[in-house]
Write a protein that binds this ligand. Structure first.
Ligand code: NBP
Length: 477
């Protein structure tokens, strides 16, 4: 008997993914560079389903039914290239190598092109949901050729999370599209967490609420339009008490946020594509700021606002509700920006990504899963060519209802000296897009003054330059 699918790389993610396939009745070939991990999987889980363990890559490939489907779950980067080479050496035309790691989409594009020349399919696949998702149903974002998806797709859809019976897995588009979308997913995850962190910080500083009281507030928020996995676990983390000291857990954790790189990649790509993803960028930079303890220690003595600037007692309930609204509005902006980035990349690379479908497959299995994504799906169902999510009637009215609160929150934060870059930049983006005239006109004037970069006029076609250093006459450029 041969295997329906194989997994090589049996650390946390690969092991759980292999078990997930086995739980769904597939025969799963398993392999790991260090054989001990394969033995461990067999020792602990052989009874859960049909596994075919292999000690070598050659044996692993030989144990797969054709067309072969081998999923790589190793550390992203050079290890992935090494494993691809090893697998490809034993594979035959029509076989598929699926990379389920967190690869950079540029690497995926390169790998797909190279393997295509050898007659092999390469399917760069975003997998979200951590170890729990891998085992019980992740959100899966496969790229690669549509032809490969025809045979591979049904297996992936089987093991994916389901929401209302719909699998959280769809063919995203060719070549690097799957890993691109996974990257943006992670970027949005960064901004979601940043906005949650700002909400916590502002309420704690402004109102003196305890982490336990704040946990209750987040628990309450999770019953409304903010309902999501991240809000839910925020309540858990804030409510947790450190066993060793009896202090709130959040107070014993070093306040320097780390990152593995997908948020940074998202911003780098957005810069190249010219898409303002300020929500994600502020989140990445906020983590970077937290990670500079020397500068923070040196700056601690800098002047801040008068302590009496704190809001008076009595505004508590109002501020809590204001922050909830600011969080929701800022979240809409951050998602709108992320979806813009996917739309732009789709155009740039010819991927033809169905944006509504991306909202659908993020509803379950992944870290940003939320009720909110149904509304994004509905927005794109109503208008596939929506210029920005902000103008969808449902979101437009949500923003309209939230905006007064949002402005009060940003003003309060600035007044009492609590940084809320996520809230502030999202509001600035909202106001920037809304503006009839932007000061970009002045920027253009300055560029023409010092660099003869030319400008366009509101009343005539063409490009113009003013002779700033002489008589200031205007010439057609
Ligand atoms: P790790 O990212 O910790 O990688 C460990 C695995 O890579 C082991 O199986 C190891 O084999 C193998 N490996 C390495 Br390192 N170098 C290798 C090489 N040159 N040749 C062959 N194998 C090599 O595992 P993970 O945390 O399970 O994550 C797997 C992938 O899934 C990563 O790309 C990760 O970014 C992605 N991902 C992770 C999560 C998560 O929540 N952890 C979520 C979503 C995606 P060994 O046993 O012989 O050392």
């Amino acid at each position: 008997e041969k295997a329906d699918i194989g997994v090589t790389g049996l650390a946390t993610m690969g092991r759980n993914l292999a078990r997930n396939f086995a739980h769904h009745g597939y025969v799963v070939a398993v392999h790991n560079r260090t054989e001990e991990r394969t033995r461990q999987l067999m020792d602990d889980h052989a009874g859960e389903g049909a596994f075919l363990p292999s000690g070598s890559v050659e044996e692993f490939v030989a144990s797969l039914n054709r067309p072969r489907k081998a999923i790589i779950m190793v550390k992203a980067g050079a290890p992935t290239d090494a494993v691809i080479e090893e697998l490809a050496a034993y594979m035959e035309p029509g076989d598929m190598i699926i990379d389920g790691g967190n690869a950079n989409y540029e690497d995926t594009r390169r790998r797909e092109a190279a393997l295509k020349e050898r007659g092999l399919h390469f399917v760069g696949t975003g997998i979200s949901g951590g170890e729990e998702g891998a085992l019980n149903g992740p959100s899966i974002m496969p790229g690669g050729a549509a032809e490969a998806y025809k045979t591979l797709g049904p297996l992936l859809e089987d093991i994916a999370a389901k929401v209302d019976g719909t699998p959280c897995c769809v063919h995203v588009g060719p070549d690097g599209a799957g890993h691109f979308v996974k990257m943006v997913h992670n970027g949005i995850e960064y901004s979601d967490m940043q906005l949650i962190a700002e909400s916590y910080d502002l309420l704690r500083q402004a109102l003196g609420l305890s982490p336990a009281e704040l946990a209750e507030i987040f628990r309450e928020w999770n019953r409304g339009e903010l309902e999501s996995y991240l809000i839910e676990i925020t309540a858990e983390v804030l409510g947790h008490v450190d066993a060793a000291t009896g202090r709130p857990f959040v107070d014993v954790v070093v306040d320097q946020a780390e990152q593995k790189g997908t948020g940074r990649w998202t911003v780098q790509s957005a810069l190249d594509l010219g898409v303002p993803v300020t929500g994600i960028a502020e989140a990445v930079f906020s983590r970077a700021l937290s990670g500079h303890p020397d500068q923070r220690a040196a700056a601690r003595g800098l002047a801040g606002p008068d302590a009496t600037a704190k809001p008076e007692a009595g505004v508590h309930a109002d501020l809590v509700e204001d922050v909830r609204r600011a969080l929701y509005a800022s979240k809409i902006v951050a998602y709108a920006q992320g979806f813009d980035q996917m739309a732009e990349a789709s155009k740039e690379y010819g991927w033809d990504i169905d944006l509504g479908a991306m909202a659908t497959i993020w509803r379950g299995g992944c870290i940003i899963r939320a009720r909110f994504l149904d509304r994004i799906r509905a927005a794109y169902d109503a208008d596939r060519k929506l210029p920005t999510l902000l103008v969808d009637p449902t979101f437009a009215s949500a923003l309209s209802e939230a905006q007064d609160a949002w402005r009060r929150v940003v003003a309060t934060a600035a007044t009492i000296g609590v940084p809320t870059p996520g809230f502030s930049s999202a509001l600035a983006y909202y106001d920037g897009l809304r503006r009839d005239r932007l000061p970009a006109a002045l920027v253009q004037g300055l560029r023409d003054f010092f660099g003869a970069h030319t400008y366009r006029r509101v009343d005539r076609e063409g490009s113009f330059h003013t002779d700033w250093s002489a008589d200031r006459t205007e010439h057609s450029a």
